[in-house]
Design a protein around this ligand. Structure first.
Ligand code: AHR
Length: 517
């Protein structure tokens, strides 16, 4: 491993740093803007698909379950998610969305037809969680619903009527909704027109999909003052041509274009274990994760050429780690464990999204429960919070806060496949007079001394700092049903402010969030 200095911004100072016991010294310079960009709270969005036990067992157990619930939603999961202030929830897929027929998921449960979930293990879906159950969940969580509409195997009429059913006050669809127990329309802002239309959503070419998108969205109407934010299915990873064609052919019909990027070893063969990995694998993972910054940049550059005013948002509506399923779990259910490595991926990804607040207005980590890089894992009546959950909790103060741009000097590590990973990453924001600074030290063995001059913040009075830290003895540590509290957030009281400079030593493999006021 070679270490060299890396400048994250033009103001960075190149310091001679060597691998000493005390670790490197890094200065973080905060540069508040006169007109700050707001970190859209929807960057902290979630995604729930009919996949494995995400919905059934994870969020929903039904009213008659012995597991403590409110109208069928698990109480423990509801309580945990409320702490995250989930701003938006995407549903029902994913690949499931393009095989989902919403009319099968309304009305008396016993009359709802069953279907085979072809994408995810051939599980039989009984449609007991449908439109009403989803919208009511969003109300319970205070989250904005994000509906993913069926384009691949559904009709224009079907999608148009779904919007009418949900949002109209009068008319045949509103009447049907009322007969099913919901008098008032729901609010629906985010409407996705298809998912992964280049793949499981229909295997379209971008040219063909652009036309299909234009047609479908035409008939999705704004009823009774409800205003849809229409989202076209976007590219996967490095497919820049998809973004180019969509922007060229359909820009004026969309409010947002999506992008999917997973931290995954590869799409064929083993995706490797979530819990058994070498140090080298760990550092590689962070390199792959951080590449999302280059990918987003390149998609944004294309969008900039067609949309200088940034009217169309980029929504990274699926991201996160994708490992092999846990041994002994059902193939196709994507149930994976979640270690401190995943927490690092979450923190670095969120830090990266903050850098694109002018274009990236929403992201949705995949997925909220029991699938891929989830917030919670459940087994029967038990629930554990994952290390990733704790990162989202530590970052809550960044939601809808004013971004404070920063520069820092940090060593970087070269990792497999020629990628480079900065040892220290940071992000900062301000809201209601509270400045929040979140930092990661990815090094597995070395602590790092950090200093942050506060003079540019214009704080009045004597500023005080409080902090939280997420770390663990081993990077592969995780929470499981037999050991639910192995990884958790602790108070961090080692940050001190002297003469308007904030100083702290970040332990190896740690994530720290500080609030200053
Ligand atoms: O999140 C799991 C799957 O990943 C989604 O269903 C699909 O959109 C993507 O390929």
């Amino acid at each position: 491993m070679i270490k060299k200095m890396f400048s994250a911004g033009t103001l960075a100072i190149m310091l001679g740093v060597s691998a000493q016991a005390a670790g490197p010294k890094v200065t973080v310079n905060l540069n508040p803007a006169e007109k700050p960009e707001v970190i859209s709270k929807e960057i902290y969005g979630q995604f729930a698909e009919h996949l494995g036990t995400c919905i059934y067992g994870g969020l929903w157990v039904g009213k008659d379950s012995p597991i403590a619930n409110t109208d069928g939603y698990r109480n423990d999961v509801l309580e945990a998610l409320r702490e995250l202030k989930v701003p938006v929830l995407r549903w029902p897929g994913g690949c499931f969305a393009d095989e989902y027929h919403w009319l099968d998921g309304i009305g008396p449960k016993e009359n709802r037809p069953r279907m085979v979930n072809n994408n995810w293990g051939g599980t039989v879906e009984d449609n007991s969680f449908g439109t009403h159950e989803f919208f009511n969940l969003c109300e319970l969580l205070g989250a904005e619903p994000y509906l993913s509409g069926n384009v691949g195997s559904g009709s224009v009429e079907e999608l148009a009527k779904w919007v009418e059913y949900i949002t109209a006050e009068d008319g045949p669809m509103a009447q049907l909704r009322k007969e099913n127990g919901r008098e008032k329309p729901w609010h629906l802002k985010y409407l996705g027109v298809g998912n992964e239309s280049w793949g499981c959503g229909g295997n379209f070419t971008p040219e063909y999909y652009a036309n299909v998108y234009r047609r479908y969205q035409t008939y999705c109407r704004n009823f009774n003052g409800n205003k849809l934010f229409k989202i076209a299915s976007g590219a996967s990873d490095y497919d820049y041509n998809w973004t180019e064609v969509m922007m060229k052919n359909a820009k004026r019909f969309m409010n947002g274009l999506s992008l999917h990027y997973y931290t995954v070893v590869g799409w064929s063969g083993s995706k490797t274990s979530a819990t058994q990995f070498s140090d080298e694998d760990y550092y590689w993972t962070l390199g792959k994760c951080l590449e999302i910054g280059d990918v987003v940049r390149r998609h944004c550059d294309i969008m900039d050429r067609y949309d200088k005013e940034k009217k169309v948002a980029l929504l990274v509506d699926e991201w996160g780690t994708w490992w092999d399923e846990e041994p002994g779990t059902i193939k196709g259910h994507l149930y994976q464990q979640n270690t401190m490595r995943d927490a690092m991926v979450a923190a670095l990804s969120l830090n990266t999204f903050h850098k694109f607040t002018d274009r990236v207005k929403m992201t949705n980590i995949a997925q909220i429960a029991n699938v891929l890089q989830s917030m919670v894992l459940t087994k029967g009546d038990k629930m554990v919070l994952t290390p990733t959950y704790y990162v989202f909790k530590m970052y809550v103060l960044h939601q809808d806060a004013n971004l404070i741009p920063l520069t820092l000097n940090t060593p970087v590590r070269k990792v497999r496949q020629g990628r480079e990973v900065p040892t220290i990453s940071a992000t900062a924001s301000e809201k209601n007079g509270v400045v929040t600074i979140s930092l990661t030290n990815i090094d597995l063995t070395e602590p790092c001394e950090i200093e942050i001059p506060l003079d540019r913040l214009g704080l009045t009075g004597k500023p005080a700092v409080t902090g939280e830290i997420l770390t663990s003895a081993k990077i592969g540590d995780y929470n499981d049903f037999g050991d639910p509290d192995k990884v958790g957030v602790k108070v961090f009281d080692k940050a001190k402010i002297e003469k308007n400079v904030l100083r702290l030593t970040m332990p190896a493999k740690s994530i720290v969030s500080l609030a200053i006021k």
